[in-house]
Design a protein around this ligand. Sequence first.
Ligand SMILES: Cc1ncc(COP(=O)(O)O)c(C=O)c1O
Length: 413
Amino acid sequence: MFDVYSVHDVSIVTGRGSWVFDAHGTKYLDMYGGHAVISIGHGNPDYVEAVTEQLSQLGFYSNSVVISQQAELAATLGRVSGLDSAGARNGGCMAEAGSGKAPAGGSEAGSEGGMAADGGREWQLFLCNSGAEANENALKLASFHTGRRRVISVGGAFHGRTSLAVAATDNPNIVAPINESNNVIFTPFNDVAALEQAFLQARGEVAAVIVEAIQGVAGIMVEGGEFLRAVRRLCDEHGAVYIADEIQCGCGRTGRYFATDWADIQADIYTMAKGIGNGFPMGALAIAPHIAPRKGMLGTTFGGNQLACVAATAVARVIERNGLMQNALTIGEYMMTELRKVQGINDVRGRGLIIGCELEPGHEGVARRLLFDEKVFVGTAVGGRVIRLLPALNVTRDEAEMAVEAIRRVLNA
Ligand SMILES: Cc1ncc(COP(=O)(O)O)c(C=O)c1O
């Protein structure tokens, strides 16, 4: 294998709920969800049944034919995310939030169609295969839509490794010379004045602002609502597209479908991946009604295939039926409260089940000890100084308590 990953010497062969098992039958508590990917738990029976049933019918046929599973996914996602009633949801406060536009989807509010898989006046869905691809398409779409080439991104951002996505990612180590671009302006985290300056510097050339409401890779850094509302206002004033990268913080993880929802505003494009398919590779763009498609503008071979669509539909239905957004909020609040009492943790940040624990200096090896001594998977950020907790949204209170106790033991050993 091309040796680019730092790998733990563990091989996971099965999983159920928030538990995974290695080849020797050793049980691990998964508080990382395979990097925020496992949203409804490992091996969810409804999900397994839906994917298995689809596979037995048809594994793949391309976007050159009608794929009814796309319409079903669009309707389900529209309902679960609230975008199908976006006008009703935000109609009263769009102006307050600074949007100069007619409430997105307002005319369709209350319709049963959900998001439209095929354009029209509703929110629209474009399906692809990964997070980077979702951002790549979102940036490209913003450029097509505005006819402009510049992008504002935020310091610390991670948007993926494809060409435009990595150019908008604030980590020179992963930007190859071929990806370097002076089209991207980085503005400091949570700094409204600097954001205003960036717009002025770009002199009417800003196609998009791309922003994570909660930066994951940067160590779970929560953007203030004031900053996100400033992004909305400035995008409206300057005719730019607001791209909310919800790849890590979205899909219900914060207790609302989009983390951006907490700022009571609406983006123009939401990008999704990770939790949307519970492990089935998929990326998606929810695109506001005012952004018009044109044939051939975007495209993909695999994106939106039958298997991916049934997987993502099953995920959204389980989230809805089992109240998993509420569970994420409740368990997340419990965990953050308890983690704040643990000695050795300087700061606990996040919302719902995207939690960062900034460790006191000297505790950098904690993730490894949690894995090997306590059999608990967690993620890290900022060179191991931050532990990242991104469990499945159906993690239980008992499992959360076990994780907190394991962290306490390791930090106080
Ligand atoms: C916020 C964010 N955007 C984009 C990506 C890229 O997603 P992918 O690895 O699926 O390309 C990631 C992956 O970690 C992410 O966290």
